[in-house]
Design a protein around this ligand. Structure first.
Ligand code: AMP
Length: 431
């Protein structure tokens, strides 16, 4: 028997009504600010080769191990719905020869990502991210720039109590030795770790540091900290980053346990929170966005270059920002309300009315209509309900004569205007 009722896939949602208004506002703000800071928009395909993610993000990460929507195409290719934006952008950067374009490459994106996660508040299987990536330029000024832009975006969206957590996870110069040290310590406390962390001990010991299990947190609090074991260079970079944040007056806290879930990060990592969210149970604390530096990724994905390709980026969780804006009843400018309603009563009038819509569009005057209805009474009732100032009535007689009736909804007064003059006339009347 065929199915009578369809439902959206688990963990996915329809975005409509008020949510679309918030989404439009977020898009407007991120576009304006990214463009101001000279980022250029890039759209990459929603599907990529699976190996791009397993290699780029790391085989031992939760995203690659458990969360990818992967499948084989009829042609036998292994593809994956992108779980994040950075690896695809690095692929596009290499494939399109962007290294030959003026330096640095500054790119922004906005689109859906897919992760097979357990659906819960603020965690979906399809979610929207806005992101920035700056490639091929050294210096923590670009890390600070991205943090500053995210801060500005959240401020403009009227998100309150924004705080950035920052950390440095070092690089190939100091991290391997630290991880050895950390592993040794964690192994000695193995009996107190949760089952997931026991697995992480083998695959990704750094991730034990951001486990939310209370016992694991206790063990981590006594663990050697990477921040105290950075090499001279990484230490200098981190200090410089904090000086930038001080200068920019961005509220931040140091979180030595912040490691982020993806393998490609080096040195700077950060996450944005709204403190009101932090007041919830610690285990439910959800970040609004996060990012960091990934100096080795371009090289890892195939483009070897003398001195490497320094890069830094971040992604904002748009769905979580929408939720926060709604929760805090943040007001956004409503779209211009229509002041004109077109009512029509025969096939000829309908044709002329549809043409008239196009003319109002060119004049940027928003108009409501009810082309699907034939009864004039029903249409006038609708016009009344929608609180427009004027209703334009086009009957068969008027359509043949090339005129239209203009009815003032406040006085009920009706006048006849030539059809080819109506847009100009309305423009004047609305002034
Ligand atoms: P990540 O790089 O994984 O930290 O993701 C960046 C941001 O995207 C996070 O801070 C969240 O705001 C958002 N995000 C990540 N995963 C999800 C998800 N499953 N559902 C909704 N938002 C998400």
């Amino acid at each position: 028997m065929s199915k009578l009722k369809f439902q959206k896939p688990k963990g996915m949602r329809d975005i409509f009504g008020e949510d679309q208004e918030y989404l439009d506002r977020i898009y407007e703000v991120v576009k304006k600010i990214s463009t101001f800071y000279n980022f250029q928009k890039i759209d990459t395909p929603i599907l990529e080769e699976t190996e791009l993610f397993s290699k780029g993000i790391g085989l031992s990460t939760e995203v690659v191990k458990d969360q990818m929507f992967s499948f084989k195409t009829k042609g036998g290719n292994n593809l994956t719905l992108r779980p994040e934006g950075t690896a695809p952008i690095v692929r596009a950067y290499i494939e399109n020869g962007m290294k030959n374009m003026p330096s640095p490459s500054k790119l922004w994106y906005f689109g859906p990502m897919f992760r097979y996660e357990k659906p819960q508040a603020g965690r979906y299987r399809q979610f929207l991210q806005f992101g920035l990536e700056t490639l091929r330029e050294e210096g923590v000024v670009r890390d600070a720039e991205i943090i500053a832009i995210f801060y500005e975006i959240l401020k403009r969206l009227k998100i309150k109590n924004i705080i950035v957590e920052v950390n440095s996870i070092g690089s190939s110069c100091c991290r391997p030795a630290y991880i050895q040290n950390l592993s040794k310590y964690l192994k000695s406390k193995k009996q107190y770790l949760c089952p997931d962390c026991i697995k992480r001990l083998k695959t990704n010991p750094l991730r034990v540091l951001d486990c939310k299990n209370e016992k694991c947190k206790m063990i981590s609090s006594q663990a050697p900290k990477l921040i105290d074991n950075l090499c001279k260079n990484c230490h200098k970079d981190f200090k410089e980053l904090l000086e930038f944040l001080d200068e920019l007056e961005i509220p931040y806290t140091l979180n030595p346990y912040l490691v982020r879930g993806l393998d490609y990060y080096t040195e700077t990592v950060f996450e944005f929170f709204s403190i009101e969210e932090n007041l919830q149970e610690e285990s439910k604390k959800l970040a609004l966005g996060g990012g960091g530096r990934y100096d080795l990724l371009v090289d890892l994905l195939g483009e070897k270059r003398e001195g490497g390709t320094p890069a830094v980026g971040a992604a904002l969780g748009v769905d979580r920002v929408i939720e926060l804006m709604k929760e805090n009843k943040i007001e956004i400018r409503k779209k211009q309300k229509a002041k004109i309603f077109i009512a029509q009563v025969c096939a000829l009038a309908k044709r002329k009315s549809l043409k008239l819509m196009g003319e109002f569009l060119s004049a940027r005057i928003p108009v409501l209509e009810s082309f699907g209805k034939d009864s004039l009474r029903a249409q006038l009732k609708m016009a009344d309900k929608s609180e427009v100032e004027y209703t334009l009535v086009l009957g068969q007689k008027e359509a043949l004569e090339g005129v239209i009736l203009v009815r003032s909804m406040s006085t009920g007064k009706q006048t006849k205007v030539k059809l080819d003059k109506i847009v100009q006339k309305i423009k004047k009347m609305l002034k």
